[in-house]
Design a protein around this ligand. Structure first.
Ligand SMILES: NC(=O)c1ccc[n+]([C@@H]2O[C@H](COP(=O)([O-])OP(=O)(O)OC[C@H]3O[C@@H](n4cnc5c(N)ncnc54)[C@H](OP(=O)(O)O)[C@@H]3O)[C@@H](O)[C@H]2O)c1
Length: 254
């Protein structure tokens, strides 16, 4: 039997939402294991900070600004990758937004559209375009950052939860369609992780305590605790894993 292989040397990896939080931790880890990372999000300056950190650790990364709700920007992101590197092996659809915290009865169309555009429509069309380049590159691996909210909607996060449930379905649909092209597609389902997005929960003592009651490990996670799961899913350590959902939640859904 060959040694289990987590090495990503020679791989080109695109990570969206890489400017902070879970995406930053994933990008640092993929670069630590040898991937050349392309970091994408809206803010070029924040991405450059992460690219500089990767370079300081001895890795390789480039920053390309891209709004995930804008299909033209997504098209030019993949176009630029094609032009600069000519190949793509790994895509992490990680960027997301959660602009509305409240009852669905009070949500307007603008909130619905923004959440669906960034969390679902963008990842769908990025996957479509990235997969075409991966097919030319001989195959690849895609990980979609969903959420445990995609399996069990959280209070006051209804629309966000619906997008995350749809992302799980999208993961499975693409896994079936892309398997013949040697592209594996899986989903990461984090529980509560200490990032900008979860600040409203972590900083509110009353909400935080009630959430802790539902987590057997009685703590939230740090972003780097998500990175090993993604490394596994994109590496040759997971050659038979596709269409899977990997829950990393301190036991919350157990
Ligand atoms: N934190 C949690 O507890 C938790 C739990 C379950 C799932 N998740 C999921 O984990 C993923 C990462 O979230 P996080 O917690 O790390 O949040 P975060 O710290 O707020 O990071 C979000 C990232 O997405 C980027 N982004 C936001 N809107 C964007 C847009 N329109 N176009 C392109 N990039 C955009 C942000 O960068 P810019 O501002 O530069 O665009 C940032 O890099 C998300 O899919 C989230 O749903 C998080």
């Amino acid at each position: 039997m060959n040694k289990v292989d987590f090495n990503l040397n020679g791989k080109i990896a695109l990570v969206t939402g890489a400017s902070r939080g879970i995406g930053e931790a994933i990008a640092l880890t993929l670069a630590d294991y040898g991937a050349h990372c392309i970091l994408a999000s809206r803010k070029a300056e924040s991405l450059q900070r992460v690219a500089d950190e990767i370079a300081a650790r001895g890795g390789r990364a480039d920053a390309i600004a891209c709004h995930m709700g804008d299909l033209k920007q997504i098209e030019s992101l993949v176009g630029e990758i094609r032009q600069r590197y000519g190949k793509l092996h790994i895509l992490i659809n990680n960027a997301a937004t959660n602009p509305y915290f409240g009852e669905m009865l009070g949500a307007d169309e603008g909130v619905w559209n923004k959440t669906f555009e960034v969390n679902l429509k963008g990842p769908f069309f990025l996957t479509q375009q990235a997969a075409r380049l991966m097919i030319e590159s001989g195959g690849g691996a895609i990980v979609n950052t969903s959420s445990i909210n995609g399996l069990r909607p959280a209070p006051f996060q209804g629309i966000y939860s619906i997008t995350k449930a749809a992302l799980i379905s999208m993961t499975k649909a693409f896994a079936k369609e892309l398997a013949p092209h040697k592209i594996r597609v899986n989903a990461l389902l984090p529980g509560l992780v200490d990032t900008h997005m979860s600040k409203a929960i972590i900083d509110n003592q009353r909400i935080y305590e009630s959430v802790m009651q539902m987590i057997p490990m009685r703590r939230h996670a740090q972003p780097e605790e998500m990175a090993g799961a993604v490394l596994y899913l994109v590496s040759d350590a997971a050659p038979y894993t596709t269409g899977a959902i990997l829950v990393v939640d301190g036991g919350a859904l157990a």
